[in-house]
Write a protein that binds this ligand. Structure first.
Ligand code: DO4
Ligand code: MG
Length: 286
């Protein structure tokens, strides 16, 4: 049963279990406000949710789904699919060999992606930088990791990226990746116990522009050159996450080099067994 962050029609924000088009609010067992980490600390996310269900329920159609995050950091892995390696070697004269090497190396590329206030949930705007000319979405399976480093759930991530900034100099990566509204997450968290084989999940990206499909592409987690537990273990080396954390696992879909996002584009990412995350693209003016 998915776990979502929900805003009701009257403006109340809460964690909820989603079933049969209804949102069932969850309560903390200590009587205070429920935070995601209380659920992540338990051995079973499914049982943690069951134990906290209230009697109330809201029609999902009258609620807004928010990004399923409260206090966590979002991290991301890169160059985990061959398509990402190839696209990045094309965009960067200076650093082509870095991408080639990291694709093969035991240690993966892992970078900091977002704090909660930089994350957009379903149907909320995602931003392209006003100082970038070549921008793409990156559809990625996102791991939800507990404070004791277990993969307890999955959601969909969009690792928005400015290819011209990253391509100019790899040291600009944080600016290509981290800015306001740079990361999509949602629509909810699916417990890991409910996904028998995450490697088999298909990932599809569609970009609509003025009512037409401007780009579509797909991949499968099976195409990833690394194992999910291995990525999580590298992130958690010498690192602590008192509230748990999210880890985007890299993109296997990159549009051709002639493509860049425009204001008004709608980016839709679907992952089997999880659902769909759609966001409209905006660009701030300087
Ligand atoms: O090397 C830069 C970032 C790579 C990335 O975000 C990806 O492969 O998804
Ligand atoms: Mg990425």
């Amino acid at each position: 049963m998915p776990v979502a962050r929900v805003r009701s029609a009257s403006g109340e924000v809460f964690w909820a279990a989603i079933a049969q088009e209804r949102a069932v609010p969850l309560r903390s067992l200590d009587g205070g406000e429920l935070s995601l980490v209380e659920l992540l600390r338990e051995d079973s996310l499914v049982k943690a949710v069951d134990r906290r269900k209230t009697e109330a329920s809201f029609d999902l159609a009258e609620c807004t789904l928010l990004a399923p995050i409260d206090r966590q950091e979002v991290w991301a892995a890169g160059v985990t699919y061959k398509r990402s390696k190839t696209a990045r070697m094309e965009e960067s004269d200076a650093a082509a060999s870095c991408y080639d090497k990291v694709y093969e190396a035991p240690r993966p590329e892992i970078f900091f992606k977002a704090t909660p206030h930089r994350v957009s949930g379903p149907l909320a705007p995602l931003r392209i930088r006003s100082d970038a000319t070549w921008n793409v979405p990156e559809p990625e399976l996102a791991l939800v990791i507990s404070p004791d480093f277990r993969i307890v759930g999955y959601t969909i991530g969009n690792d928005m990226s400015s290819r011209d900034i990253e391509g100019e100099n790899p040291l600009y990566l944080p600016q290509a990746k981290v800015y306001d509204q740079c990361c999509g997450l949602g629509p909810w968290i699916v417990p890991a116990e409910e996904i028998a084989d995450p490697k088999s999940l298909g990932i599809r990206l569609t970009i609509e522009r003025l009512g037409q499909t401007a780009f579509s592409g797909e991949t499968s987690v099976a195409q990833m050159a690394r194992e999910l537990p291995d990525l999580a273990a590298w992130l958690c080396r010498e690192n602590s996450f008192p509230d748990g954390t999210f880890l985007l696992t890299g993109t296997g879909v990159v549009p051709d080099s002639s493509f860049t996002l425009q204001t008004g584009d709608v980016v839709r990412i679907e992952i089997d067994g999880i659902g769909e995350l759609s966001n409209r693209v905006v660009q701030a003016t300087v």
